[in-house]
Each structure stands twice: as structure tokens, then as C-alpha cells.
Design a protein around this ligand. Structure first.
Ligand code: GAL
Length: 412
């Protein structure tokens, strides 16, 4: 081979490689603040027997009904824009061309028609698939069909893909999740990319590659599925508290740690515990995907989901994930810097379940706030103003069991 043609070949190879890298890295311009929406899984699960459970069965009508409420009850106006269908929406078989098909009985008009309906309401549609041979509930997975499935989703008008990792080899995940990110980008349609990959490899340090998660995904699950209980909720909060320096460093505009859905409005939490979830998800700059039946919401739960102070903290453009400063004797202090100069959100969490409120004495300095002469505090739940407090002045906080105090602290 002549030197010139060898040179040409090499250049082509390099160009091709660069081309590949360009489409592989996820720069879809989405999720500049933590994504917000509704996701069916935690509340509606894989309920497919519509005779037995007509009201809870996963159908086109269920999804449309939730969409209607997202708009009419003010959730869309508050920022909850994605409506995401999780596992169990599919037929058990692909069609003769290998394409995915929605269950013909429960989704008789198919996903494209549903997407059109969702879009007509000003919402965006999310969908679920799995990187492996089958989804966690046994429906067809994307293994060997990644590119075709990405194209199908884009043709249907899907705006979000949650890609789970059941029934796959964890060693294939890095290449596979990156490839799917590339295929999604190549469709030309902006599709928010939610990855479960980190949750599957979290126990294997060699496979836990946060720079790669951040480069590839807009949001990623790190840990266990949330269930409808305080124990489950607190185990998740404690996971992030214990791993914060590893995890908060990778959160920011475009890419977020995902502690799973909001269970506010479900069956398992007290009102105080619902405050803790909403407060902590705001604190941790977590994606806010509600999973509740929007046709029937207690007023206190609705007020929390729409609480303007909490949403402003969660959506703060600085995009800092809050960190746990300390945890002593079933009490914790968390802090999240906000974009307003010097301002922070602070939380005092009482995780004790003894049946009486506890008293804490803490100064702005002990709450970890940056040095300033004085602070005012706005209780995020009641919107009441407190202060001014001198930097070293001890303040009394009286907090119920499994509850929290949370405030925006403003220096002056
Ligand atoms: C789990 C996932 C859940 C839900 C479920 C569906 O692996 O973490 O969020 O999607 O699969 O089968």
C-alpha cells in the first residue's frame, strides 16, 4: 500500500472514531434542572388484570386520566411535565419485523396515538424498556434491538426513555447504555435518558464509573426501588447521606442522581413523613417523579407536591445536590447551597420514632451556613419568617418524630 493511501485510511479511521464519540456523549440539552413528572410504577405496578382491578389496571385510559389531572389540578403548571409509562405496557411478542408493540387490549390505539394525546395536553410522554433480554416483569427486552427500539420510540413521539437492567450481564452495561444513548441522539428527537445501570453495578467498584454515567445519562438510579413505607424511604435517604461525596459531585445541570419516585400521596407515609420525602428530594436536587393516583389526592399531599418553596429549592439553577453535614443520635443536618448569593436550604431531620417531639438547639454556624453576620429563615412548609439570628446564636427547634424542619436561610 502506498504511503498516501495508508495516510488516507488512517485519517478516515480517526474521523470515524471522532464521529462515533460525538454521537456517543449525551449532549441533548435536556434536564438543566431536575426533571419533573409522573411515573406509573410505584403506585400502579404491573396490574394487567383489568377485570379484577379495573380502577388500577395499566391501560391507555388510566394514563389519559392521569394526564388530564396533571393539567387540570395544576401539576403541569408547577413543572411536572413528563408522564412516564413503566414496565408492562408491551405485548409479550415483537411483531414480524422485530418492532415492539403495545398490548393490544390495554393500549388499543398504540403508543403513537397516546403520545399525540399527551402532547395535545402540553405534556411529554415517557416510556420504559430494559437493556437485557427481557424487562423485569418478563416483557421483550432491547438486547440486540437497541437501534431499532430507539427509532421506534422516536417515531412514536416518545420524550423520555427509562432503560432498566434486568436479565442482562452487568459487564455489557457500559457499552450497551452508551450505545443506546448514541442511538437516541441519532434519532434527532430530544429524548431524556434515564439509566438504571448504576443501580445494577453499585456493589462492584470496578464497574461503578460515575464519569461515564454522567456523560451518558440525564438521570440514573443508584440504589434500591422505593416501596410504600418509612423504612424504605429512610434507607434511601441514608444511602445518599452516607455516599454523598461520591454522588453529589456528579449531579448538576444535565445529569442527576435519582433516588426513585415520590410516594407522597400513597398509602404508607404519615403527613410528617411525606414532608420528609418532599423536603429531602428538594434538598438532594432529585428528579421529582410523582407516583400516585392523581384522581384522588389528599389536600395535604397535593399542597406538598405543589409547594413553591420546595420546588424552587429543587429546581434551583445552580443544581447543587445537598449534602449531609452530620448524623448523630437519630438526628441529621443537611445543607444545599442556592444560586442566590450566600443563601442555602437547611434541613434538620429527626429520624427517631419515639412518640414525642424532640428539642434541638443549633446556631446558624452549627447548621453549616457560610459565615455572615445574621440570618433570616423561611420555614419552607409554613412560609413563616424567623429571625434575624446572629451567626452564633442558639435557636430552638422542636421537631416531631420522623419529621423535619426545613428552611431557606438568607444572610444579611
Ligand atoms: C425495577 C425498577 C423499577 C421498575 C420495575 C419494573 O427494576 O427499578 O423502577 O421500573 O423494575 O419492572
Amino acid at each position: 500500500m502506498q504511503l498516501s493511501s495508508l495516510f488516507l485510511l488512517l485519517s478516515l479511521a480517526i474521523l470515524y472514531r471522532i464521529g462515533q464519540d460525538q454521537v456517543l456523549s449525551l449532549e441533548n440539552g435536556l434536564a438543566l434542572t431536575p426533571p419533573m413528572g409522573w411515573m406509573h410504577w410505584e403506585r400502579f405496578r404491573c396490574i394487567t388484570n383489568c377485570t379484577e382491578q379495573p380502577n388500577d389496571c395499566l391501560t391507555e385510559d388510566l394514563i389519559k386520566g392521569q394526564a388530564d389531572k396533571m393539567v387540570s389540578e395544576g401539576y403541569l403548571d408547577a413543572g411536572y411535565v413528563y408522564l412516564s409509562i413503566d414496565d408492562c405496557w408491551m405485548s409479550k411478542q415483537r411483531d414480524s419485523k422485530g418492532a415492539l408493540v403495545a398490548d393490544p387490549v390495554r393500549f388499543p390505539n398504540g403508543i403513537k396515538a397516546l403520545a399525540d394525546y399527551i402532547h395535545s395536553k402540553g405534556l411529554k410522554l415517557g416510556i420504559y424498556e430494559d437493556f437485557g433480554k427481557a424487562t423485569c416483569q418478563g416483557y421483550p427486552g432491547s438486547e440486540f434491538y437497541l437501534e431499532q427500539d430507539a427509532k421506534t420510540f422516536a417515531e412514536w413521539g416518545v420524550d423520555l426513555l427509562k432503560l432498566d437492567g434486568c436479565n442482562s450481564d452487568v459487564h455489557d452495561m457500559k457499552d450497551g447504555y452508551e450505545a443506546m444513548g448514541g442511538y437516541l441522539n441519532r434519532t434527532g428527537r430530544p429524548i431524556l435518558y434515564l439509566c438504571s445501570w448504576p443501580a445494577y453495578v453499585q456493589k462492584d467498584a470496578a464497574l461503578t464509573d460515575y464519569p461515564a454515567f454522567k456523560k451518558t445519562c440525564n438521570q440514573w438510579r443508584n440504589f434500591d426501588d422505593i416501596q410504600d413505607s418509612w423504612d424504605s424511604l429512610y434507607s434511601i435517604i441514608d444511602y445518599y447521606g452516607s455516599n454523598q461525596y461520591n454522588l453529589s459531585a456528579f449531579a448538576g445541570p444535565g445529569s442527576w442522581n435519582d433516588p426513585d419516585e415520590l410516594i407522597v400521596g400513597g398509602f404508607g407515609l404519615s403527613q410528617n413523613q411525606e414532608m420528609v420525602q418532599m423536603g429531602m428530594w428538594a434538598m438532594m436536587a432529585s428528579p421529582l417523579f410523582m407516583s400516585l393516583d392523581l384522581r384522588n389526592v389528599r389536600p395535604e399531599s397535593k399542597a406538598l407536591l405543589l409547594n413553591k418553596n420546595l420546588l424552587a429549592i429543587n429546581q434551583d439553577p445552580l443544581g447543587k445536590q445537598g449534602e449531609r453535614l452530620w448524623k448523630i443520635n437519630k438526628a441529621e443536618v443537611w445543607i444545599k447551597p442556592l444560586s442566590k448569593p450566600g443563601a442555602s436550604a437547611i434541613s434538620i431531620l429527626n429520624t427517631d420514632n419515639q412518640g414525642a417531639p424532640r428539642v434541638f438547639h443549633l446556631s446558624p454556624a452549627e447548621l453549616g451556613l457560610p459565615k455572615a453576620q445574621k440570618y433570616n429563615m423561611t420555614d419552607v412548609f409554613t412560609n413563616k419568617q424567623y429571625g434575624p439570628y446572629m451567626y452564633s446564636q442558639s435557636i430552638q427547634f422542636t421537631i416531631d418524630p420522623t419529621s423535619m424542619f426545613m428552611a431557606i436561610a438568607d444572610p444579611f
